[in-house]
Ligand binder design. Sequence first.
Ligand code: NAD
Length: 428
Amino acid sequence: MRDILIPAAITPSSAGSRALAAAQSQLSEAVARLGYDAGMHAMLANARRETRVSVPLRRDSGEIEVLIGYRVQHNFSRGPAMGGLRFHPDVDFNAARALSMWMTWQCALIDLPYGGATGGVALDPDSYSQRELELVTRRYTGELVPLLGPKSDISTPDIGTDEQAMAWMMDTYSAARGYTAPGIVTGKPLSIGGSRGRMDATPCGVVHVAQAALERAGLTLNGARAAVQGYGKVGRGVVRLLHEQGVRVVAVSDRFGAVHDRRGLDPDRLDDHLASTGSVAGLPDTDTISGDELLELEVELLVPAAIEGVLHDGNARRVQSRVIVEGANGPTSTAADSILAERGIEVVPDILANAGGVIASYFESAQADQAHWWSRDELEARLANRILAAWQQVADVATQELVSLRSAATLIAVERVADAHRIRGLYP
Ligand SMILES: NC(=O)c1ccc[n+]([C@@H]2O[C@H](COP(=O)([O-])OP(=O)(O)OC[C@H]3O[C@@H](n4cnc5c(N)ncnc54)[C@H](O)[C@@H]3O)[C@@H](O)[C@H]2O)c1
């Protein structure tokens, strides 16, 4: 019999391969529970398309540097692929494979008419000027034009990219096609068809599910203590919203360091310090702690909102938070997941917890199609309905099947994607 393409166990040697190992293991568990055969497993485990491009850049110094870009389109069964554009030194095929698979599950879990994709360029954006980042974004987009499109693959902001990068992508794609194609990206500026509230959508969703998860654990948001790892587009919004909800955010970190104050940190002071120094580290009148210590503080709520693999078998036994809500994608390794479950610590999985962004991306496309723009309040109310409906489904399945929230979420999502595969059949 010919080999069926189920990727062999991955030897994790990089952040990307560790993320892919976690994603594949979550899929394998869902496939086993759902009783699918090896053929269906292979369909779900393998990306539909994987592309690597060279991105030559003339640097401000005049030298030429060739960067490497990726776009992995994991699945189109339920609609066009959608997913982030990441600029980070750890971007590689395995990272994009893992993230694109999680995007497929996330869109299916929220019941959005999309598949999953993820792309990026391996670089540290802090080491490049704005002009250089514009050239990188445009050349990367230019290389991929034939594969992208509002009906095939839509990009969203992720680590190291923002609404400006989305605007450059949209402009480059539009120039190549000869017409303006706003639907090629979401999370773009309001002036070119962005949606109100898109930038706050991911943090908003994180806080809604954090509230629901704390209540499930017999706690409340108001009065809880929280630690937030990462102070970018997700973490920063989470800190502010939690503070507004009466949570004492006692620690915050970014890649330069962490700060702690048991009385609670003030988001305005954090933002001012970030604006003047480029980091939250060293905020006056706070204690300096390490990023690792932040993950092990005695709090009710821990929100990892930075990068993959930060909770692992080396630290999961020391985590003291009652509830973990994954603002980031893939922050918990498979081994850490088991340890945390044994210890009764509830983990709200990424594909549910950080779905606010993709929900708002869907709303952005829906508003553009109708040429009718909702108010911020309307968007926030619809977002809350959508993410809390998914939360309830996941919590119900977890209770019925006696599984973790992650297993429940993955089961629901994988079943929806597999159903789409089955009903569409195989071509030819
Ligand atoms: N932006 C979105 O709408 C969105 C949506 C869904 C999921 N996510 C996920 O959320 C995570 C963060 O994305 P973002 O858009 O906020 O990125 P960002 O680039 O805006 O911010 C990342 C933050 O993490 C910090 N960081 C990096 N390494 C760190 C480390 N080792 N320890 C502590 N902090 C560290 C950075 O300094 C920065 O503050 C990613 O996993 C991303 O895939 C983002």
